[in-house]
Design a protein around this ligand. Sequence first.
Ligand SMILES: NC(=O)c1ccc[n+]([C@@H]2O[C@H](COP(=O)([O-])OP(=O)(O)OC[C@H]3O[C@@H](n4cnc5c(N)ncnc54)[C@H](OP(=O)(O)O)[C@@H]3O)[C@@H](O)[C@H]2O)c1
Length: 251
Amino acid sequence: MHPFEGKTAIVTGASSGIGRAVARTLARQGAAVALHARRDAALQAVAAEIQAAGGRALAVAGDAGQSGALDALLDAVLAWHDGGCAYDIVVANAGRGLAGGITTSDASQWQDLYQTNVLGTAHLLRQAGRYLSGRGCGDIVVVSSVVGRNISPFSGFYGSSKFAVSALAEALRREVCAAGVRVSTVLPGIVESGFQQVAGYTRENFGKTVETYGRVLEPQDIANGVAWLLAQPPHVHVSEIMIRPTGQNYP
Ligand SMILES: NC(=O)c1ccc[n+]([C@@H]2O[C@H](COP(=O)([O-])OP(=O)(O)OC[C@H]3O[C@@H](n4cnc5c(N)ncnc54)[C@H](OP(=O)(O)O)[C@@H]3O)[C@@H](O)[C@H]2O)c1
């Protein structure tokens, strides 16, 4: 029996990278997956691939920085399967990076970054936390970053948003654990994905250092960790997991 048979998982940021790998992995292991991101065509392609492999997938396009779009996602999931669908797992993964520190990053992008990484995530956590604690079980997985623990010279402003994300996740964990809901923080190191291009990393501001780390992670490496922690028995909570490339000495 697959570990997530009979469960429904919501994955934000599922059109690319870590979110796409998490959605595919949970679907392969039996979950029905609801996918969210802005790029509808890319999202539909992930859903079609999961369906072609015999899985169940629902694609809902929207902006993870907008509370109304997140509410529409949750409503669509609850109406899925002829209105009979509860959800069990929420993976709050959507996010973006930004190259540079406080003095060097492009400040015109600060608001958008906080809107997506922090305020959108906070709204999703609030809604999912309320819903799952009402049900008395469930999992929320929050994708933070190693730079949400160790601030990095490559990405100081972005890192500040991930400190906030880690704090939101732990705050929610304390609120809902007694109701049987697990909130887990995942802190990835460097993963090759669409992230680097969106953040504006170049060989100069990022690549030369990363080359010294050797082989970096693939999205699937993070998805494997997420599936593992979700598959623990209900009385066991892996509340935090940091996954780095072996050669990444910092951050
Ligand atoms: N890659 C790394 O080295 C690394 C390390 C640590 C943590 N992380 C975190 O891991 C998460 C996933 O990143 P990734 O590496 O998989 O990067 P990615 O390949 O760029 O994927 C980011 C995903 O988030 C979605 N997204 C971004 N902004 C959005 C918005 N405003 N509304 C809806 N969806 C949005 C994107 O979809 P659309 O563009 O289609 O909207 C995409 O599906 C992020 O939270 C990131 O901060 C990444």
